[in-house]
Design a protein around this ligand. Structure first.
Ligand code: AMP
Length: 280
């Protein structure tokens, strides 16, 4: 694995890789890597000849400064894991490398409706930050394929929109959510859960499963009961919604559209999100 810290050096190197006919796959991450990331990297290895992973904790996508300060980091373990999985290139830029002119007057993107609901509504500015960093990373890496996780479903839709807005010819591949044995979606933030919180955290998955089973009978009742179930397990629910999985239009009654259930909830000060598709 080759480690790059400078975008222009990596860009030059990858131009040669692309010129030699090797396809480039890209897995952007914020580090504190876990098996969810690992599965994305494995898929990238299967579908691209050169697998690039970035680790960058992007300050502009954190609407809560405490969340940014406490974001877990484990760079030595990360590097070991990346090497064990045959990652070809690790891009590890500094904040200055990504934002040489600072972070005050960055691009704003017209994300429309997507930015007004769910994560967009509860984390103002978050998706602007995601687009700011992703546009830079994509311009450096210029991947044929980009690998992202369904765990961050709305983020995938935002990136699909960014790819269109900026006419990137990159294919987005969405990998299913990787879970712990008890159903909890893997997340770097899980490391911050204490023993009891970790035990309760699995309730978010069970609430989604209950919604999956009950939503067709009475959607409102299914959501009320999921909320109650999460309350009982110490969560402070931010939202539980069922939405059209193409557009994220919120669905108040069952329809024939493809549907997805999405939850964001706090355990203590740790915010967890998860989702489950309701229709195949
Ligand atoms: P992060 O490091 O949290 O920014 O995540 C980097 C990428 O890994 C994003 O595309 C995430 O959606 C994806 N990811 C994170 N957790 C999981 C998971 N449990 N299963 C699948 N993909 C995941």
């Amino acid at each position: 694995m080759i480690l790059f810290k400078q975008g222009d050096v990596l860009q030059r190197y990858l131009r040669e890789v692309a010129d030699s006919g090797k396809s480039i796959g890209f897995v952007p991450t914020m580090g504190a890597l876990h098996n969810g990331h690992e599965q994305l990297i494995r898929e990238c290895k299967k579908k691209a000849r050169c697998c690039v992973v970035s680790i960058f904790v992007n300050p502009t996508q954190f609407n809560d400064p405490r969340d940014f300060e406490k974001y877990p980091s484990s760079i030595e373990n990360d590097i070991r894991m990346l090497e064990a999985n045959g990652t070809d290139i690790l891009f590890l830029p500094s904040v200055f490398e990504i934002y040489p002119a600072g972070t005050d007057h960055l691009e704003q993107y017209d994300l429309g409706y997507l930015e007004t609901v769910l994560e967009g509504k509860y984390r103002p500015g978050h998706f602007q930050g995601v687009c700011q960093v992703m546009e830079r990373l994509l311009n450096i890496v210029k991947p044929a394929r980009l690998f992202m996780g369904q765990k961050d479903f709305q983020q995938c839709l935002v990136i699909r929109k960014l790819l269109k807005l900026r006419s990137f010819g990159t294919e987005l591949i969405i990998h299913p959510t990787v879970r712990e044995n008890d159903g909890l979606a893997m997340s770097s933030r899980n490391r911050r859960l204490d023993h009891l919180q970790r035990k309760n955290a699995t309730a978010i998955f069970h609430a989604l499963r209950q919604l999956q089973q009950k939503w067709k009978n009475d959607q409102a009742a299914a959501i009320t009961s999921a909320r109650y179930f999460l309350d009982q397990h110490g969560f402070r629910v931010e939202y539980i919604e069922i939405a059209n999985s193409n557009t994220l239009e919120l669905q108040r009654t069952p329809s024939t559209d493809p549907e997805i259930a999405l939850i964001a909830a706090y355990l203590g000060e740790i915010r967890l999100i998860d989702n489950l598709t309701l229709t195949p």
